[in-house]
Design a protein around this ligand. Structure first.
Ligand code: M6R
Length: 644
């Protein structure tokens, strides 16, 4: 978790609207932190370095959301800076207090960190033995002191302690960063500034996200490109165990061996406005309305001149893909439910068994994986640590890994053998919505790709499925236009309810699980999703007078499935449940048993989840708003779970 941002460049702000005297670095840091706040919002802070004056390094931090930091900055009124680093925190070591907020200071320097230092206890004992007093409970402050101890030694050895040349100080801090990070166990993206080198940031990374933004006369660092996309769209990757030195005019990257390397660069296609609310009350609502586009963009450009499906990055030999005898999907939360939906389609189309495994469970049991297993990792952020570890675990055992991710250049994308990007654009609300639809779409593309490659489906059959997928954006538009208002009214009406059930069969089952997750996550209401057939095996005991039960009804064109679910609705209604039924337009069989019906455009069974989940997302958002909750940043959560 946590978001970090760094900037080196000129003193002056870029816009007339910036607060006078705030300086360019602070402008960049606050903009970046506001875009990264989805990664954690327990506390926030900045460190700013200016080229002259007595106190050249200033840190300002505050517990709580970014507005608290803004207020603290208004009071502190720091002078314009030539370098700055910022942090928004999701607490791991130490509670969400101002003392534990980053940056952490030691001697002449300040540090921000994303990740977890696993050997911090022994390192803390070491720095305390060296006479340092720590002010926080964090692992990061220990790193700041280790860095300062090493840096101080190097300055003394170089005879620089008195009048220090800033370039020499920056070079020595690079050496210290390399020496200290070599001793750290765990994960980190670390940025450090020192008052002895006011135009420089020194950074390092291992298994926590960090990207470079390349500007003109200024440079940037961020946990992801959202941190600097308002200022530059030129980005460059940072690999594990690399150390970096950024100045206004240069970016130097060293690999683990100490050799200078050239980072891979790319052009960010997200524009800054894609990461703002666009007139909606919340990011979650905006992102629900982005869903037709997210599906359309994920489908875009997938068919080559020969009419065959193509993936974005394929480093797996087709012969290997023809030989696979099992697919294991590793993912967490909503992404795992997308994989669960995909299981029905991929098994049906490709006749390959598909297992769905929560990434954190997969990693710590003894899964049966071989060279004939294809591991499919699904992740919006591409930085979920549980999923990263699962990918590594699978690859160590000879499996090829294919990533379905939304964030270009993310760790999972880089470590996998093949990548299929979901082009959903930035997802900011903690509750995943549009990414879920894009993930299902991408999984279906993968299923059709494998079916095509392995000869399970004829080209015209693949084309038929693609045509049906191609119709989904328009159906989503229609669903939003016709149903949103009444679903929102229902959400407001049911705001006092304390418990909900969600039932589905076949592909409706993972949709039921996702509906319950959305409600728990944003509205803090007890909600459970069940396979409708499981009801009589226990959960029906929960049903009592007035309990709201959502039921996802399959199309009547699949009578075997449809009729069974109608019986399930009758069973809960007979026991007093208030039934809210999601059914296809024209399906009148549901009417006698439904207290409320939400109508969905007719769609083939396998595509049904792309539509049926949308009312559940809207309902969760509406109910949470009616309760006055923070829909985009629910309590205790962070968008990107970058620790295990
Ligand atoms: O970034 P990822 O897709 O790997 O994230 C996985 C889960 O943490 C995520 O889907 C989480 O469950 C969402 N908050 C659900 O809305």
């Amino acid at each position: 978790m946590c978001g970090i941002v760094g900037h080196v460049g000129p003193l002056t702000p870029s816009t007339a609207s910036s607060a006078p005297g705030s300086g360019r670095s602070l402008e960049v840091l606050l903009d970046g932190l506001s875009r990264l706040e989805y990664r954690g919002y327990d506390s926030a802070g900045v460190a700013l370095v200016r080229p002259d004056g007595v106190e050249r390094l200033t840190t300002v931090k505050a517990a709580g959301k970014l507005d608290n930091l803004r207020a603290a900055l208004d009071a502190a009124a720091p002078a314009p800076a030539t370098a700055g680093i910022g942090h928004t925190r999701w607490a791991t070591h130490g509670g969400p207090t101002t003392e534990n907020a980053h940056p952490h200071r030691a001697g002449s320097l300040a540090v921000v960190h994303n990740g977890i230092i696993e050997n911090f206890r022994s390192l803390r004992a070491e720095v305390e033995a060296a006479g340092r007093t720590l002010l926080s409970a964090t692992d990061t402050e220990v790193v700041a002191h280790l860095l300062d101890l090493d840096f101080t030694d190097r300055l003394a050895a170089a005879g620089e302690a008195g009048t220090v040349d800033p370039d020499a100080a920056a070079a020595l801090l690079v050496e210290s960063m390399r020496a200290v990070t070599a001793r750290l166990e765990g994960t980190f993206a670390l940025l450090a500034v020192t008052e002895l080198a006011p135009g420089a940031i020194v950074a390092a990374r291992r298994s926590s996200p960090l990207v470079i933004g390349l500007g003109e006369g200024e440079n940037f660092l961020g946990s992801d490109v959202a941190a600097f996309v308002a200022f530059t769209t030129h980005a460059a990757e940072v690999d594990d165990d690399q150390v970096l030195l950024l100045t206004a005019d240069s970016v130097t990257v060293w690999d683990a061996a100490g050799d200078v390397v050239t980072p891979r660069q790319w052009e960010v296609s997200w524009d800054a406005s894609a990461a703002v609310k666009g007139g909606y009350d919340t990011f979650m609502d905006k992102e629900i309305h982005d869903e037709p586009t997210a599906v359309a963009e994920t489908l875009l450009g997938r068919v080559d001149d020969r009419g065959e499906l193509v993936l974005d990055e394929m480093r797996i030999d087709p012969a290997v893909l023809r030989s696979i005898d099992k697919i294991i999907v590793v993912a967490c939360g909503t992404a795992a439910y997308a994989g669960h939906v995909a299981k029905y389609a991929i098994e049906h189309w490709c006749r390959i068994p598909v297992e769905i495994e929560l990434a954190h469970e997969f990693r710590y049991r003894d899964p049966i994986v071989s060279e004939k297993t294809l591991t499919v990792a699904i992740s919006q952020s591409g930085e979920t640590m549980d999923t990263i570890q699962a990918v590594r675990h699978a690859r160590e055992q000879g499996s090829r890994a294919l990533a379905i991710v939304n964030t270009y250049g993310s760790t999972i994308a880089r470590e996998a053998d093949a990548v299929l990007y979901t082009h959903a654009g930035p997802e900011v609300a903690v509750a995943s919505t549009k990414a879920f639809l894009a993930q299902i779409t991408a999984c279906y593309l993968l299923g059709l790709y494998l079916a095509q490659l392995r000869g399970n489906k004829w080209p015209d059959e693949v084309a038929d499925y693609l045509e049906n997928l191609g119709k989904m954006p328009a159906k989503l538009e229609r669903l939003l236009a016709e149903q949103e208002d009444s679903i929102r009214e229902l959400g407001a009406q049911l705001a006092d309810q304390t418990s909900f059930l969600f039932l589905g069969r076949h592909v409706g089952y993972p949709v039921a699980l996702e509906g319950a997750l959305k409600l728990k996550e944003v509205a803090y209401v007890h909600a459970e999703g069940f396979a409708a057939g499981e009801l009589k095996h226990g959960p029906i005991a929960l049903v009592e007078d007035g309990l709201p039960v959502f039921v996802i009804v399959p199309t009547p064109r699949r009578p075997v499935l449809h009729d069974k679910v109608i019986s399930n609705i009758q069973e809960v209604r007979a026991r007093g449940a208030r039934t809210i039924v999601i059914a296809e337009e024209g399906d009148e069989a549901v009417t006698p048993f439904a207290d409320t019906v939400i109508r969905i455009p007719a769609t083939p069974t396998l595509m049904w989840p792309l539509l049926t989940v949308v009312p559940l997302q809207i309902f969760a958002s509406a109910l949470a708003k009616a309760k006055g909750l923070d829909v985009d940043q629910p309590r205790n959560l962070a968008k990107s779970v970058t620790v295990e």
